[in-house]
Design a protein around this ligand. Structure first.
Ligand SMILES: [Zn+2]
Ligand SMILES: [Zn+2]
Length: 116
């Protein structure tokens, strides 16, 4: 099965790298893409549309679950340090608060890891 692309002139589905559109019979330039914002034909290699500045290749943030977990661990450490500074770390209420925060952040990290 050949990969399908889009004709820049009529928008119809065309076989990838076909020289001519079977719908409108216009020559196809496979190095060009339509700008998603203004619809202008822009070079695929262009980082952004020259007429409206819309990014052609949107920077996809790498889904790094380790990074988000690192942020959670940092938040836990911050909360523990904060509680340790503010109150007596050995008091049962402080320990309970730390446990609750750790559990919440653990659940959030788990949901985030599942979602990505
Ligand atoms: Zn066409
Ligand atoms: Zn544009």
């Amino acid at each position: 099965m050949a990969r399908m692309g889009k004709c820049l002139s009529c928008g119809g589905r065309v076989e990838m790298y076909a020289p001519v559109c079977p719908h409108c019979h216009k020559q196809l330039n496979w190095n060009m893409v339509n700008c998603p914002a203004c619809g202008r034909a822009v070079s695929k290699k262009a980082a952004a549309c020259p007429s409206c500045g819309n990014p052609i290749k949107p920077a996809k943030p790498p889904k790094n679950s380790l990074q988000s977990c690192g942020g959670c661990i940092g938040a836990v450490v911050g909360v523990v340090i904060l509680l340790g500074v503010l109150g007596d770390i050995r008091s049962p209420s402080t320990i309970a608060a730390v446990v609750i925060v750790v559990v919440i952040l653990g659940v959030v990290a788990y949901i985030k890891a599942k979602a990505t």
